[in-house]
Structure formats: C-alpha cells, structure tokens
Design a protein around this ligand. Structure first.
Ligand code: GAP
Length: 437
C-alpha cells in the first residue's frame, strides 16, 4: 500500500471510530491530550470481548497458567531491579526553530527536522519513559513512585506468592491484563503508540534447560490463536525474528501485522532467561530460587514471555475489518467485518414495525443472556442494517408479522447479506454455532 492510501484509510477509521462510539480522544473538549484515548460504548464492549478471549485462551483453558491482578504502582525498587529507571529511555532531540521533538532512531536524517526541514537541532539526549508520581503527602525524591511501564514486573515479584497459593510446580505461567504507562516521545498512529495502554502478558516459568522448547511452544500457540480465533492469515501477520537481542534475552520474535498505516509489532514473544528473577533476588535480598524437591535442585526460573497490546489488537482488528463496497442502487456500504467472537454487537434485534416491538423485545431480552445484542426499532430496515454493518454486527434478526404466526424470524448475515428463516426454538443453536470463536 502506498503512504497516501494508508493515510486515507487511517483517517476513515479514526473518524468512524469516533462517530460510532468506539474510540474518542481523551479530554477532547479541552483540546485533547496527546497519547491518551477513551473507549466509548461499542469500544468498551469490544475491548472486554478481546480481553475475555485472551484470558480464556491463556488462563481458563490451561491448568498450568494462573491469573494475577496487581497494582499499577509498585515499590520503586522494582523498576530499579528491572532496569527501567536506568535504561528505559529513548534518545531524542528538539528542533530549536519549530520546537518539534524527535526520537533519534526514527529520524530519516538525524541532522534535519522532519517537521520544518530546518537543521537547527539540539544534541541528542536520553529521555526516560517512566511516568513519575508521588505517594503520600510529601512531593520529594523519597516519595517518588512510578506507574508501571509493563505488566510483567509485578508478576515476577509475586512469583512465589502465586506459586505457593496455587501449589503449582515448574513449569507454569502467570498471566495479567492491565494498564501500562510510558511517556512516549512521539505517540502516534492513533492507538498504536499511546502513553497509557493495556497489555496482556503471560510469563511462563521453567527450568533453563527447557527454555527453548517452551519458547517454540508459545510461539506456535500464539500464532495458532491469531489464525484460528481472529482470522489473521499469512497475508496479514508475519513473524519478525530479532537479530539484535536485549542483553539478557536468549531469543525473541515479534508477531507483526498489517496495521492501517503499514506493518507494525503486535506481540512480542521473548526468552528472557533467568534475568528477571535473578535481578529481583539481587535487589530485594530475598531468595528467588525454586526448589525442585523431586530432583533436589535449586533452580532460578527461566522466563518465556508472550506480551501483546490490547489497543494494538483493537487497531489491527479495525483495520482488517474495514471495507467499503457497492450495494444495490449504487450505494456504498461501510462495513466492519469483525470476527463474531469479538464484535461489540453480535446480534441486532430489529422489529419490522414498531407494532412488533413488544414481542421482538421479549426475544431480545432472552437472547441477550447468551449473546451481545442490541435492540433497534428506529428508521427503515435498510437503514438499520447499514447502522449494524458500520459497527460490525455479524447477524441481524428481523421480527416481522409472519413471526407472530410461524414463530420464526429472519437472520441476515452481514458478509453474504444472505437471509435465512430460522425457527425461534432453534435460534440459540443457530447463532452459537456461528459465533463461537
Ligand atoms: N514485557 C515486555 C514488554 O513490555 P514491549 O515490546 O515493550 O515488551 C509489549 O511491549 C507490547 O505492548 C507491544 O508488542 C505492544 O503491543 C504493546 N505496546 C508497547 N508500547 C506501547 C504503546 N506505547 N502503546 C500501545 N501499545 C504498546
């Protein structure tokens, strides 16, 4: 795709996301705040659905992965041990003329300002990405704390608490979904790079000798998940193998997808060695080894990590789903072809006439217990179909006057626009077999 086409697509997605209540700029009436986004009524439905899908896949269907929900603020030493306070920084420089700020690694030419074209740049300097705050009534160095920059550090710190409480033995994993904060120099590409975002991370603890085996296992599992649950095929997702690794890492890959602006990182899968647990032992002074009673050995756990941004998953899904296509009367319909499992509304319930709202409403309340439903009785059926297409609803149910006689309804499929007559008694099975991811 060329740059111009990408930019047009991105603009369309940002504007649809706002208009239909998926994503708004945070604090918009005050002019917004760069790098922060709010999820509206459909956005939050879909966000929750993505979380649930991931949680089910990574925690609930596995006996050897436990969940955790830790605080956003931890003891500041956690970030000293993790290396974030000393090393988590970007090199940046400012343009003295137009005041634009640039990340040096992203500049095409480190001598020229890409904003104004001038050459009056400051020397590059380190810029730490940790967000600072204060805990308690005194605002001084002693009371400084940080918002977590990744959700995995509290997992390492809680490893033995979780292990003892859950009676897990190596190998096993701990998963967490939660907010992370980074003072990104250049938040950009909509929700791709923000300053506040949600991560879904799983840290798998094992014996060092088995590290590469588990790394390969999780790589395969995560690729299969995207293929089977979200329909990310080879034309949409690719594996990027890191040649230059973080100093502690043994192996690392990124799963990249085609975002509306081009290819970008969605998820990282990392073999982190024993670095995390050793560092927390060193900085806390608390023993972090695992005692293998069967083998009578002391093991410093090796960590395999899968780490994905929820917001990036959202953007990938929006970009992949967006389509404009001609329909009858040379109209263009805008449609989001979301997989049914994460669609904000899975079933639109539409009475053909307001006279049928009572009966259709009853059916809506019944079905809403099993699927994410929306009731809409306003406007022509055609208009209501278009509205549901635009928010990605895979199925619409029309309750008409015949329904009163034959106890059946019409189900319209978003993508094929095919309509099936389905007996009310069979609706739940009919929908379940098509919606389950
Ligand atoms: N614990 C490892 C870790 O945090 P990372 O590559 O820095 O690794 C993991 O981040 C994932 O978090 C990325 O693949 C991306 O999906 C998401 N992510 C990172 N920075 C982000 C940002 N500024 N905005 C949105 N998502 C981000």
């Amino acid at each position: 795709m060329d740059n111009n086409k990408d930019a047009v697509l991105m603009d369309k997605i940002v504007s649809l996301a706002k208009r239909r209540g998926f994503i708004f700029q945070s604090s918009e009436i005050y002019g917004g705040i760069n790098g922060f986004w709010d999820y509206g009524p459909y956005g939050v439905r879909m966000k929750r659905a993505i979380e649930q899908l991931w949680w089910r896949e990574m925690v609930e269907t596995r006996d050897n992965v436990e969940g955790l929900d830790s605080t956003i603020i931890c003891h500041p030493q956690v970030w000293k041990a993790s290396g974030h306070l000393d090393q988590f920084s970007d090199l940046m420089c400012d343009c003295r003329d137009c005041k634009a700020r640039h990340r040096v690694d992203m500049m095409e030419d480190p001598k020229i300002c890409s904003n104004c074209g001038g050459g009056n740049l400051t020397e590059p300097r380190e810029f730490n990405l940790m967000m600072k705050t204060f805990v308690g009534p005194v605002f001084d160095d002693e009371h400084t704390a940080y918002l977590r920059a990744e959700t995995c550090q509290p997992i390492f710190v809680d490893f033995h608490n979780v292990r003892v409480a859950s009676r897990q033995k190596l190998p096993f994993g701990i998963a967490q979904i939660g907010k992370a904060f980074r003072n990104e120099v250049n938040p950009r590409n909509f929700i791709f790079r923000s300053r506040e975002f949600t991560q879904m991370e799983m840290e798998f603890f094992c014996d060092e000798a088995e590290g590469m085996k588990w790394f390969e296992y999780w790589k395969e599992q995560r690729i299969r998940y995207y293929r089977e649950k979200l329909g990310f095929g080879d034309d949409f997702m690719r594996v990027y193998e890191h040649e230059k690794l973080a100093h502690y890492a043994r192996a690392a890959i990124d799963l990249e997808v085609r975002f509306p602006f081009g290819w970008g990182e969605l998820e990282g899968i990392h073999h982190r060695g024993t670095w995390d647990m050793s560092r927390h032992q060193e900085f806390s002074g608390k023993e972090q080894h695992y005692i293998d009673h069967d083998g009578q050995r002391k093991i410093m756990p090796t960590v395999i990590e899968t780490s994905v941004g929820l917001d990036r998953t959202f953007l990938a899904l929006l970009g992949k789903a967006y389509a404009e296509e001609p329909v009858e009367n040379e109209e263009i319909r805008t449609v989001l072809r979301f997989p049914a499992v994460i669609a904000p509304v899975q079933l639109g319930v539409l009475p053909l006439s307001k006279k049928l709202s009572g009966q259709a409403g009853e059916l809506y309340h019944k079905l809403n217990r099993y699927f994410r439903c929306e009731f809409d009785e306003t406007g022509s059926i055609g208009k209501r179909y278009r509205r549901q297409d635009e928010i990605g609803t895979p199925f619409c149910l029309t309750f008409d006057f015949d329904s009163l006689e034959d106890n059946a309804v019409t189900i319209r499929d978003r993508d094929s626009m095919r309509q099936d007559r389905v007996p009310v008694a069979e609706l739940r099975d009919y929908l379940e077999s098509r919606i389950d991811g």
